[in-house]
Unconditional design. Sequence first.
Length: 248
Amino acid sequence: MSEQYYKALNSLMRSNVTEDMITFLCGCTNQVIKTVTTSETKYPSPPNSPDNEKFSNDNLPSLSRFIKKLVRYTNVYTPTLLTTAVYLRRLKAVLPRDATGVPSTTHRIFLACLILSAKNHNDSSPLNKHWTKYTDGLFTLEDVNLMERQLLQLLNWNMVVQQEELIDTMQSLIKPIISKSRQNNMISNVYKMPRNESYSSNMSSSSTLVGSQADLRRLKEPIMEEPQLSSSTRTGWNLEQVMSRYGF
């Protein structure tokens, strides 16, 4: 994998949480399992299923709103938040394709992934009782403890995440950074070119104009011939004249 992907990943992890990240995580979560309402299921809900009245469509916030609340309440770091995408991808790979869940299942899945990411990638993280409060009472402490244990079992307790897996999982967030970096490099290279360079004459435009006009002026001026000095003026004195003058 080229170096530009690692640089883009580093830039992504250093940035603030954005709306695009929330949208990306919602998409990752919704791809893990199909959710259906209770009326659509052919079989009665198991005993451990959440109370239908508590998790009715009227009381259940959208997944996007749920994630935004968690981000705001916890002030989560970007790397911790985005690492959940890797866990979501792993979970999708181990679940049966025909697996279905109730509307709150996606909320449970994301919350469990975020809890494990926070615990495995930070020196300190909220306790499960705190996570219960961050859900605005949507889940009890028993719910949180159960979803955490279940996710650990499904992922075979493998919480280690490599950079290559992060890059592969977050292509849709990394590629725009690489594209923008290339555009900035192109613009930077344009500004680094000599601004006064005349490509037609391979000389600077200012020096070409000034030099040409000066040369024209010199060509138009008449050429003054230097006066030819006579033999007498070329030397300061004449030997024959001196000798005849003094009688030699």
